[in-house]
Design a binder for this molecule. Structure first.
Ligand SMILES: [Zn+2]
Ligand SMILES: [Zn+2]
Ligand SMILES: [Zn+2]
Ligand SMILES: [Zn+2]
Ligand SMILES: [Zn+2]
Ligand SMILES: [Zn+2]
Ligand SMILES: [Zn+2]
Length: 1749
């Protein structure tokens, strides 16, 4: 670089602290630069072991980079770069992908599937609305936005479009000025040279002379390098041992090594480092046979290498700003030293790539991406360099031990897939030859002595690296040239010939020989060869396509390929020919037996030739073939020999002749015909046989077939052998051969074989797939071969042949075949597997039967062969074919049972049909005398020998009578008709007029026979129907037993019965229409309860539910739940040791839900069952259990739901009150009086208790106590009865269930005597009712009559249990709880810990007080409970009190809101509300805003109280059994409110309650309002929960899945800053995004490491939670720490299918129905159940550690 350039010094005078010397033009920049580095770098990077990264960076900036930039830009770097940045970004995006990042491709516009967009560009591109694909990057790719060659349309996103970035881009303005360019040309070479020198520096102890300035100090590092061989644990172990360091330190080192590629693990003098090195090597060798890579480096060397990388990223940044910088960089990097053979800078680095450590490679690759790949012209130059060293690079990569993404060879895809570049590289650099030669050079280690590949004992990893080279070939060939130049043709042909050399090594490789006697010892490796075949499939097809695009080229390629095949086919010439006679025809051939001689399945050369042959036929150039391959050379017998052997091998495998060769052969045969390989294996072999059939004499061809199938004997003699095994074998072989003959004649759907298009071929494939059954889009796609662009072409044609049927809430959408396509069905479709064949046959026959048609499935008329193949049909009417057909039919007619099979007959009939169809078609097309195809003639002629003196036609007639062939009768009839038709056509053309009349007669005749057959068929159908009916009757008789043993049916009938029950209830209700439908108070209606007789699912015995009999139980599951929470941020207590659950907070943060699957057992039966399971479990300790027996878990014996307890079924105590008596009572028992009585009773207790124990009950200041009329026993005077007497077994179950609720609900150890047991009972009762009410509302179902059977019986049992549980606890305890609860409701009565009105959920209070109230009736000596009338009043008043409190809650909580603009009404309710508000105002010291309009308050109350009323109605209904009003069986807003008020004895104007009870309520209201919490709410200082509470739903998800992926891509782990791949997971309950499966976000809970999801679930869902794994598109359900399952995400592609793992990558849309299903799963508390069910059916997830999710 010129040194004395002017223009630089101007800067020196500025304020910039630039390096003075650099600016001095007299100095050599390079020397100065190096001097500066030599001075600073070792200092800056001195603390390698424990670097202060920020400090380092600061020093680098200050000492080196800042001065350098100042010099380079001539002004303040920040200002300059900002200006530069605004100057417009490049039109290429060039974003480099990290592993796991989502990339998008467009199937409509991308040139090939490797063209991808980054998330940003995609979202701003037109492809967003196209058929895009989403995928996870493996890392190392590059966004193609802006590359015009990558996209057929829309190459630029709006962000990268010129002029898009803010102000119009005016290039000139921001082009660097000449001064800067000049300086850059001075600076860049030195920088680049330094980087290159340091990266490839090999001296461990010395630095280059220019950099050595100071005395060399004895300071070294022992540096450990990354490799893929040693595991994390190995390295940690070795480090700990060798260095004696702590685990933590070793882990730190290891992580750094994995990330950066190398790390200093010890600093010190040379000797000590050397020692450490040996130690590490020794220890690592011990654990893994291979030592770790360790080096001892001088501290200065290490420092400079580090800085070189830093300088690299500095260059990177610079180049991202300006195209000029990029170009200068590229120019310098490519510059070769004049006269020197040495590679240029960039090539030097490439060649060194495999020796660099990970961190250095990353910097190098980024440099290439940000320079060469951003400038098209230089990309080309780089590609040329790349190809120049291609062989060396690939070889280095193959022996390298780093992943491909870390290799420079992975860049090939960026260059080879660019069409113009690929063409340039082929033309100028001969890249195809280069690649194939590379392959030939790396593969020899797999060559055997015959120069064929043999992959026995191959290394998978190494082969995978070889595949990378094969992939490059594929990339180069991806876009076919539109125009051929001579040079391109020559170079391509050279590449093709070179490629044929690889195929030559594969032709006949891995030969196998049939094993006789002994089974093979070891299954040989077969995967490698098949895998290579798969890799090559599309490359082979692409080569053929390239050839076919130019006639000259195709013919020359054909010649070369033919030569290669012939060269490989000479070895069998050694043997003498033998002669084979049959029916007067002879075949001379060289002896060969597949069953005895070696055979290979790999014949890529032959198959390529077949591929070229059909293409030759297609473009019509077959006539010129003789110019290139002379007929003598052609030798078609030899060409078909090997493919034929391969097909025979398949047949012999089917005949089980190769049993002893093991599974590997079976697998190979499978892949040979499988969709992944068949195009270049099986399909081409069939084509090859078709070539043979068309070019050989037909009789000769068939003789060859018979001989190769080793069936000469089978067709010669009438009874070839008596050996049964051999006969069976013959039969299979005959079947296989007939099938191949059918294919040879019938399979014409290949462009070139006939005149069909590619679309026709795909349509036919799809038709045949759908003839088996309707299929999902993905299933069809999987069964079709993919082309080089991974496309099947399915979408273009599917709508022509099929109709789409949308999926339901589960399952997937399917395609159904259109009716008009059914006629295309060919039962012997060559891509059917045996199972598919029989399934399709079955389906189609069934369909025809249903349509009341015959069951014949004749072949559809095939398309005409193209001229090159037209002779194939001659094999149908040749002598040998007739002989074959006659022999087979004869054997059937003569009932030689062992010598024929039905399948064989079916195939013979199919061949007959094909022959007749062919003749018919020919006759229809041309004149009779011109048609030489004489199938009819041959088939009606007698056989030549006396023994066979019957014609095929005669045999057919006889066949109709063979009883075993009943199923083929229709086909035979069809063929006989065809004979008639052909006969008539023959006659017709000779005698047109006569034929016309006789024709119609014949048709008439046909019709009459058809009529007859129809009648016959009808009769049969009728008989069949009767038979079915009989069977059905028997079935239903059996059904009763069946139900008992089969749970599914049982479930259904139960539901049906449930419906009947409701109908019956309806009837009983209508008969009892005069009964009151009021649940509370003196007008209470009667309990409707029928005698309950239940069947135990375990012993099947029935039993009536009675108080005194043995207990029956319902299986149940108790779980904590946050389903109703109003405040997810509230921290839940993990253990309830100190929790007092008496009062539920109105946020409902966490409740205890009890659910049941509704299945009934005897308590005894259940106990036995549970014990048996425990025993079973103990005996098989190693078996992982999906349920936790210790915690009482088990699976319901019938439906396998997860349960953890049982609910005892307690019968409802039927109560009926005399309304007259009740009315009488009402005269004296007013609310005020009732309250007094209670208070007297309670104070009486406290007096009594005070004598014995310490008084802990509240003291009363109530004046009522003084009332002399009342005393302690007054409460009893309104009626008592004796308590229910439960059987001991029921009692036992009451205790057991209550204890479970307590244990699960509080997460504590079981304790039967804990004081909180009754409280938890009431709480779960209240909470479960609230959940059910909530669910019914969200599902818009009526309150009554719509519960599922299991919910209904579960709730009934739960409420009755909750009422009965009281009797098993000490009454004093119940009283204590009751008194505390009453504290909320009673005036002038407040226990010290009574919460404020705003801190309790009133429904919980209601349930508590109602259920505990009878304890007030308890006397020392007698067990009493209130009479029906007393209860009626108790319930009424308790309910009214809680309702008053709740109304007050609602008013208070809505006090601060401003009314919505609505026309005010002036109803009675509004006026009452207004006056109520005035009262409240008085008690709140004016805090309450009394100006709120009354109508608004009423509106709020009416809406807010609804859920409470609904819950109360459910509760009292299940408690008392009083029928609800009709209106509650329907959904109606207004009717519901009235009906509820009526049922619950409330005035519809709720404020009337206050008026009615004013005297009593007044003090209570006063107390409530004076509470500081309430006051602060009035003042707006705190916010109270609003009513109605919000109904929880799963979070809102976007319609388009890519939005979620977008969110995920922006997700940053909150705990760590590295850019490593994360697994973002979305909580569907609260919307939190978490970092799952990663150590960074693990949390320590109770001494256990929990993953982010598991620990989040503990808080968010009380252990049960639902997440969406965004990158995998899967929903995860988890419970606790040990259980979880996957569930399909609610996103579907346009074909109605989910895409777990985003494997297909189609655009996905939210499916609301499915998301709703997930919502219900949550709200119905069925997540645990779902997990258990999925774990039971899907045992795979046992191994998964859910804890760390
Ligand atoms: Zn992009
Ligand atoms: Zn873009
Ligand atoms: Zn597009
Ligand atoms: Zn039982
Ligand atoms: Zn069940
Ligand atoms: Zn959450
Ligand atoms: Zn994290």
């Amino acid at each position: 670089m010129a040194d004395g350039a002017d223009g630089g010094p101007g800067v020196a005078g500025g304020r910039l602290p630039a390096h003075p010397q650099w600016c001095d033009e007299r100095f050599n920049f390079q020397a100065m630069f190096l001097k500066c580095l030599a001075k600073h770098v070792p200092n800056i990077y001195s603390a390698e072991m424990d670097p202060l990264l920020e400090k380092q960076e600061e020093m680098v900036q200050a000492a080196i980079l800042y001065p350098l930039e100042c010099y380079l830009f001539g002004e303040d770097p920040d200002t300059f770069l900002k200006k530069l940045q605004q100057g417009g970004t490049s039109q290429l995006c060039g974003k480099v992908f990290k592993g796991g990042e989502t990339t998008y491709s467009c199937r409509d516009c991308a040139v090939d599937p490797t063209c991808v967009l980054c998330m940003d560009c995609f979202q701003n591109s037109i492809h967003k609305n196209h058929r895009y694909k989403m995928h996870s990057s493996t890392g190392g790719g590059f966004c193609d936005c802006g590359d015009t060659e990558a996209w057929k349309a829309g190459p630029l996103c709006t962000k990268h479009e010129p002029g898009a970035s803010g102000s119009a881009k005016e290039n000139s303005e921001w082009q660097l000025n000449e001064e800067i360019l000049e300086r850059s040309r001075r600076v860049f070479p030195s920088v680049i040279k330094y980087i290159v020198d340091m990266l490839i520096w090999e001296e461990a102890k010395e630095l280059p002379l220019e950099l050595t300035i100071r005395e060399k100090v004895d300071s070294y590092y022992c540096v450990l390098f990354n490799d893929e061989h040693h595991s994390y644990d190995h390295v940690i172990y070795s480090l700990q041992r060798a260095l004696g360091c702590e685990l933590g330190e070793a882990q730190l080192h290891t992580t750094a090594i994995d990330k950066e590629g190398r790390r200093a693990v010890k600093a010190g003098h040379y000797a000590s480092c050397q020692e450490a090195k040996e130690e590490i090597k020794r220890h690592s060798e011990n654990v893994s046979q291979r030592p770790l890579h360790v080096e001892v480096l001088h501290a200065d060397v290490m420092a400079h290498q580090k800085f070189a990388l830093r300088l690299g990223s500095w260059l990177n940044k610079l180049m991202s700003y300006s195209s000029d910088f990029r170009q200068i960089f590229c120019q310098i990097s490519l510059k070769e030293e004049a006269g020197s053979e040495k590679p240029c800078f960039i090539s030097k680095l490439m060649l060194w790539d495999a020796k660099l450590h990970k961190g250095a490679r990353k910097v190098l690759h980024e440099l290439i991406f940000s320079s060469f790949f951003m400038e098209m012209e230089y990309k080309k130059l780089f590609a040329v360099e790349f190809v120049k060293y291609y062989k060396t690079l690939q070889k280095e990569y193959i022996s390298d031990d780093h992943d491909r993404v870390l290799s420079v060879t992975a860049l090939s895809v960026q260059m080879f897939t660019v069409p113009t570049l690929a063409r340039h590289l082929i033309e100028e650099q001969n890249v195809i030859t280069t690649i194939t030669e590379t392959l030939l050079e790396v593969l020899p280690e797999y060559l055997d002595k015959n120069d064929k590949f043999n992959f026995q004992g191959y290394s998978q990893d190494k082969l995978n690296r070889v595949y990378a080279v094969i992939y490059d070939l594929r990339y180069v060939l991806v876009s076919k040239p539109a125009l051929w130049t001579d040079r391109l043709r020559e170079q391509f042909l050279e590449g093709f010939v070179s490629f044929l050399r690889i195929l030559t090594c594969m032709q006949g490789m891995e030969e196998i020989k049939r094993q006789i006697g002994q089974h093979i010892e070891v299954d040989p490796d077969w995967e490698a060869a098949i895998a290579i075949q798969m890799q090559l499939k599309n490359i082979l097809l692409m080569f053929q396509e390239w050839c076919a695009s130019d006639e000259e080229l195709l013919l020359r390629a054909y010649r070369e390929c033919h030569k290669a095949v012939m060269r490989c086919s000479t070895n069998s010439r050694s043997r003498d020919k033998t002669v084979f006679h049959l029916c007067g025809h002879t075949l001379e051939s060289r002896p060969y037996r597949v069953s005895a001689d070696p055979v290979s399945i790999h014949l890529p050369l032959s198959r390529t030739l077949a591929g070229l042959h059909v293409r030759l036929s297609k473009i019509g150039a077959i006539s010129r073939l003789h110019e290139f391959v002379s007929p003598e050379e052609f030798q078609v017998e030899l060409l078909i020999e090997y493919p034929l052997r391969c097909l025979v091998l398949v047949a012999q495998v089917a005949a089980e002749m190769w049993r002893r060769n093991g599974l590997s052969l079976i697998s190979q045969v499978f892949y040979y015909q499988d969709v992944k390989c068949r195009e270049e294996m099986y399909d081409k072999d069939i084509i090859m046989l078709q070539m043979g059939a068309s070019l050989m004499d037909p009789n000769q061809f068939l003789l060859l077939m018979i001989q190769r199938y080793e069936l000469a004997d089978a067709f010669k003699k009438i009874k070839p052998t008596k050996d049964q095994d051999l006969i069976k074998q013959y039969n299979v072989l005959i079947e296989e051969m007939l099938q191949i003959l059918i294919y040879v004649v019938g399979e014409r759907y290949v462009p070139g074989v006939s005149n069909v298009t590619k679309e026709d071929v795909i349509m036919r494939e799809i038709i045949h797939l759908l003839c088996i059954e309707p299929m999902a889009h993905s299933a069809i796609a999987k069964s079709l071969p993919e082309n080089e662009n991974n496309e099947t072409g399915l979408e273009n044609v599917i709508d022509k042949v099929a109709t789409f049927k949308k999926p339901g809430v589960s399952g997937h959408g399917v395609y159904e075949l259109k009716d008009e396509c059914l006629k295309e069905f060919n039962i012997f479709f060559y891509h059917y597997t045996k199972t598919q064949h029989s399934k399709a046959e079955h389906t189609q026959k069934k369909r025809r039967k249903q349509e009341n048609r015959d069951e014949a499935l004749p072949p559809p008329p095939p398309p005409d062969f193209s001229p090159a193949f037209s002779n194939v049909v001659r094999i149908l009417n040749c002598d040998i074919m007739m002989h074959i057909l006659r022999t087979i039919l004869q054997r059937a007619v003569e009932l030689e049972t062992h010598l024929w099979t039905e399948a064989m007959i079916q195939m013979a009939l199919h061949l007959l049909s094909l022959g007749l169809l062919e003749e018919k078609q020919q006759l229809q097309k041309s004149l009779e005398e011109e048609v030489t195809f004489d199938f009819y003639h041959k088939a009606t002629r007698m056989g030549s020998s006396a023994l066979n003196a019957v014609s095929v036609l005669m045999l057919l007639e006889k066949l109709k009578r063979v009883p075993q062939l009943e199923a083929q009768k229709d086909t035979v009839s069809w063929i006989l008709q065809m004979f008639e038709t052909v006969k008539r056509l023959r006659e017709k053309s000779s005698l047109t007029t006569v034929a016309a009349t006789s024709g119609s007669e014949a048709i008439k005749g046909d019709e009459s026979t058809q009529d007859k057959e129809k009648a016959e068929r009808k009769r049969k159908a009728e008989a069949a129907r009767l038979h079915r009916q009989k069977i059905m009757a028997q079935m239903s008789a059996l059904q009763r037993n069946f139900i008992e043993t089969h749970k599914l049916l049982y479930e259904n009938t139960l539901e049906a019965q449930g419906k009947e029950d409701t109908i019956m209830e309806d009837e009983s209700m209508s008969s009892a229409i005069d009964y009151s439908r009021i649940a509370l108070g003196p007008k209470r209606g009667p309990s409707v309860s029928e005698k309950e007789v239940l069947t135990c699912i375990l012993c099947q015995e029935e039993q009536e539910v009675k108080l005194e009999s043995a207990a029956m139980v319902l299986s149940a599951c108790v779980q904590k739940s946050t389903a109703l929470t109003q405040n997810r941020s509230r921290i839940l207590e993990l253990s309830g040791d100190t929790l007092d659950p008496l009062f539920m907070h109105p946020d409902l943060p966490c409740g205890t839900h009890t659910g049941s699957c509704g299945h009934v057992m005897h308590a005894v039966c259940w106990q036995k069952y549970f014990e048996a399971m425990q025993l079973n479990f103990r005996q098989r300790l190693h078996v992982e259990q999906i349920f936790d027996l210790e915690n009482g878990e088990y699976l319901c014996p019938l439906c396998k739901s997860l349960c953890n307890t049982v609910i005892p079924i307690v019968p409802l105590q039927v109560q009926k009150i005399n309304s007259e008596d009740a009315e009488a009572v009402s005269q004296i028992l007013s609310l005020a009086r009732w309250l007094e009585i209670i208070i007297v009773r309670i104070s009486g207790y406290s007096v009594k208790n005070a004598k014995g124990e310490k008084q802990n009950l509240p003291a009363f200041t109530n004046k009522g106590v003084g009332n002399s009329a009342l005393e302690f026993h007054s409460i009893l005077s309104f009626g008592v009865q004796s308590s229910a007497k439960y059987s001991s077994s029921i009692k036992e179950m009451l205790i057991l269930f209550a204890t479970t609720i307590y244990r699960v609900g509080l997460k504590v150890a079981p304790n039967e005597t804990d004081y909180r047991i009754p409280v938890m009972t009431w709480s779960t009762c209240a909470f479960t009712i609230q959940c059910i009410e909530n669910l019914l509302e969200t599902e818009s179902k009526p309150l009554f009559g719509s519960l599922r059977n299991r919910q209904h019986s579960g709730l009934k049992a739960l409420v009755q249990f909750a009422a009965a549980q009281r009797t098993t606890s000490p009454q004093v305890l119940i009283q204590k709880h009751l008194i505390r609860l009453l504290g909320v409701l009673l005036p002038d009565f407040k226990a010290e810990d009574t919460p404020s009105l705003l801190e309790v959920d009133m429904f919980h209070v209601l349930v508590g007080v109602v259920l505990s109230f009878p304890s007030l009736y308890w006397e020392d000596t007698v067990d009493l409970q209130p009479s029906s009338i007393s209860s009626a009043y108790n319930h009424l008043y308790l309910f009214h009190l809680t309702t008053l409190a709740h109304i007050t809650q609602i008013v208070v909580s809505s006090a601060r809101e401003s009314p919505t603009a609505r026309s005010p009404d002036n109803s009675e309710e509004a006026r009452s509300a207004e006056s109520f508000c005035r009262e409240v105002y008085q008690y709140t010291c004016g805090c309450f805003n009394q100006d709120i309009p009354g109508w608004h308050v009423w509106d709020r109350v009416k809406k807010g109280i609804m859920p409470y009323l609904r819950c109360a109605a459910l509760f009292f209904h299940y408690l008392l059994g009083v029928s609800p009003p009709e209106e509650l069986l329907q959904v109606s807003e207004e009717g519901q409110f009235k009906a509820l008020c009526n049922y619950l004895s409330l005035p519809t104007n709720l404020f009337l309650l206050f008026q009615e009870y004013w005297d009593t309520v007044n003090p209570l209201l006063q107390r409530w309002c004076a509470d500081p919490v309430v006051l602060s709410c009035f003042k707006g200082k705190s916010v109270a929960i609003r009513y109605p509470r919000k109904r929880n739903s799963l979070i809102e998800l976007p319609e388009d899945y890519s939005c979620l992926l977008n969110q995920a891509s922006q997700f940053r782990c909150p705990r760590s800053s590295d850019d490593e791949q994360k697994h973002p997971v979305l909580c569907l309950f609260c919307g939190a995004m978490l970092c799952s499966q990663n150590t960074c976000c693990q949390e320590l809970v109770n001494g256990e490491e929990l993953g982010a999801c598991t620990s989040h679930a503990l808080q968010c869902g009380a252990g049960v939670c639902m997440f969406l794994k965004i990158r995998e598109c899967k929903v995860v359900l988890i419970e606790g720490k040990t259980r979880g399952c996957l569930y399909p995400a609610p996103y579907l592609d346009e074909y109605g299918e989910t895409d777990p793992g985003l494997k297909r990558g189609n655009p996905l849309q939210l499916c609301r129905e499915r998301y709703w299903k997930l919502h219900l799963l949550w709200q119905q508390h069925c997540i645990i159940e779902e997990i258990a069910r999925s774990q039971e059916t899907n045992q795979i997830f046992f191994g998964f550690n859910w804890q760390l999710l």
